[in-house]
Design a protein around this ligand. Structure first.
Ligand SMILES: NC(=O)c1ccc[n+]([C@@H]2O[C@H](COP(=O)([O-])OP(=O)(O)OC[C@H]3O[C@@H](n4cnc5c(N)ncnc54)[C@H](O)[C@@H]3O)[C@@H](O)[C@H]2O)c1
Length: 359
């Protein structure tokens, strides 16, 4: 499957032939690129670094590998600065490109590094987690975290190519697979009831890493994301829907210092709490809530927070979220499977009730 975001000069290729589309890209661009900075997750580099670098060498593109710290630590200004210094020392110029190899943290950091280096050079993503395949690698959002909040600093910078090769999921730990499934569940709730049904039906196969079934949900989720991006790149309208569950999730991750939950786990909890706010507002009923909760649990995801986490701290982080305006908390709330809306001034007392387990 190939999706073209031609407006952004971006190709998304879902490949059954491993790295062949990347070899194609290198072949077509041989001579146009002077060199490549390969920004990689250390675990992933050990598994696949060699096969990626050998393709670059085959097409005479000099490659400079830079290993990033694992996980959220990668998404820092210090890491980005270190990449820029190393890239400059290695002589990377405006005709160089950045290649990311890893999960969403690597996509976000590599995207940001490429958006700023020499005021912007090309970037190619080879996502290796389910979460990055269906979400973080697509849409041009790049980000680092700062003390005041998660993904608060970044730029829009679309990749030239996103190579989605599901065989990379072979070594992905089960917990990370579940984390990616949270973003697929999110995609289904915001716009695709058929995908939701499919997930309910085949969750066992997906968790067992049935590659055909994984390919099917990746294709559907990538299509949903690209359609949203086509309609609204800069999040003036429907793109905000992709943030379903995320206002809670970002606050939870920040409050627990990115240590207790994976991103997808925090999103699953966030979707459950957002749906509970919807229920309080009379937008949906108990059965709907139970169905979403059950699907998340089937995927091995948590749906409730541990009691030790401070509600007031979470509310404070939520009021500083990117979607908040003037401190008013904005939430994407579901009203049916496939139908969500952005509510831009949600009464904090409703959120407090939900977080305190009273609704
Ligand atoms: N830019 C966007 O639009 C967007 C969208 C969604 C999420 N994100 C960001 O994505 C990040 C989360 O990404 P993530 O869940 O991929 O986390 P991650 O990048 O931390 O990867 C998770 C773990 O999986 C390991 N791993 C990665 N690929 C592997 C493989 N193939 N085999 C074995 N192990 C592998 C990594 O070493 C890491 O420990 C968050 O920072 C979030 O903000 C961005």
């Amino acid at each position: 499957m190939r999706i073209s975001l031609s407006k952004f000069n971006c190709q998304i290729v879902l490949s059954s032939e491993d790295l062949a589309p990347f070899a194609d890209f290198c072949s077509k661009n041989q001579g146009s690129y002077s060199s490549c900075a390969l920004l990689a997750d250390p675990v992933v580099y050990a598994l696949y670094g060699e096969s990626v670098t050998s393709i670059l060498k085959q097409y005479n593109i000099p490659v400079h590998p830079l290993l990033l710290p694992k996980g959220e630590e990668a998404k820092s200004l210090a890491t980005a600065e270190n990449c820029w210094e190393e890239m400059a020392k290695a002589g990377l110029d405006r005709k160089s490109f950045v290649l990311s190899l890893g999960g969403g943290t690597v996509c976000d950091t590599a995207g940001f590094v490429s958006a700023c280096y020499m005021r912007g050079i090309d970037v190619v993503h080879i996502p290796t987690t389910l979460l990055a395949m269906v979400d973080a690698s697509i849409g041009g959002k790049t980000a680092i975290n700062i003390e005041a909040g998660r993904s608060l600093v970044g730029a829009f910078h679309h990749p030239r190519l996103v190579l989605v090769a599901p065989h990379f999921l072979t070594h992905l730990p089960a917990r990370e697979l579940s984390s990616g499934l949270a973003e697929v569940i999110k995609a289904s709730v915001i716009s695709d009831p058929d995908l939701f049904d499919y997930l309910e039906r085949y969750m066992g196969d997906l968790l067992a890493k049935n590659l055909e079934k994984l390919k099917a949900i990746i294709a559907k989720a990538c299509k949903i994301k690209t359609e949203v991006i086509r309609a609204d790149e800069k999040e003036k309208s429907v793109r905000a829907h992709l943030n379903y569950g995320h206002t809670f999730a970002h606050a939870i991750e920040k409050e627990t210092a990115y240590k207790r939950y994976t991103h997808g786990e925090a999103v699953a909890i966030g979707m459950n709490y957002a749906a509970r706010v919807s229920r309080l507002l009379g937008l949906l009923d108990d059965a709907w809530l139970a169905r979403q909760e059950q699907l998340c649990q089937q995927a091995g995801l948590p749906t409730l927070l541990e009691k030790t986490i401070s509600t007031e701290n979470l509310l404070a982080w939520m009021s500083r979220d990117k979607k908040a305006v003037g401190g008013k908390i904005a939430l994407v709330l579901p009203r049916a499977i496939g139908k969500v809306d952005l509510h831009s001034d949600v009464d904090p007392s409703l959120i407090r009730q939900v977080l305190n387990g009273r609704a």
